[in-house]
Design a protein around this ligand. Sequence first.
Ligand code: SF4
Ligand code: SF4
Length: 182
Amino acid sequence: MSIKETIKAVGYGLANVAKKPVTVRYPEEKMPIQKRSRGMLSLDLDNCIGCELCFKICPADAIRMQKLGLHLKVNARDEAPAIDFNKCIFCGLCSEICPPIVLHHTHEYDISTADRESLMYTPFDLKKVYLDTVKGNEEEYDIHRREGLTRPPQTAKSPDKQPMTNTQPSAPTKNNDQQKKD
Ligand code: SF4
Ligand code: SF4
């Protein structure tokens, strides 16, 4: 390195010595998250119509439809999505295509774990995320309504992809036996 370059480098260092660092001490400190970021998904289960569009559009094969045993009027098939966050790439397609807008991305991104099983979320687990984060604040999490985006056509589907439905209802816990079998 020439003397000129050395002086330039030292000058650059001195110019920045009094500035605040741009990094933070994660995970104790976190950077502010962007409002349109796509984190963990949540599900307003009581209003899911079981249409399977989220299942059909998922490019990562992270969604399977799970029987509920709830027999809700709005959900004739009595099924809702279960999501494997080991596979999810947080692309947002499932929440965009959902007709009643009941799948919302939250702002939670810190879901790393050594336990892969804990990243398999049943519809009931996704409902708990919804109740804990999104319920009452839907406008904050719903990018379609908030940004006025055009909804995609609700006809997208993979013709050769068939639903993998369970035959037994599952209990409302994340690590239930039925979920482990799946
Ligand atoms: S965000 Fe994308 S990858 Fe994740 S479940 Fe939805 S469609 Fe699949
Ligand atoms: S697209 Fe929406 S309404 Fe249809 S099954 Fe998925 S979560 Fe339920």
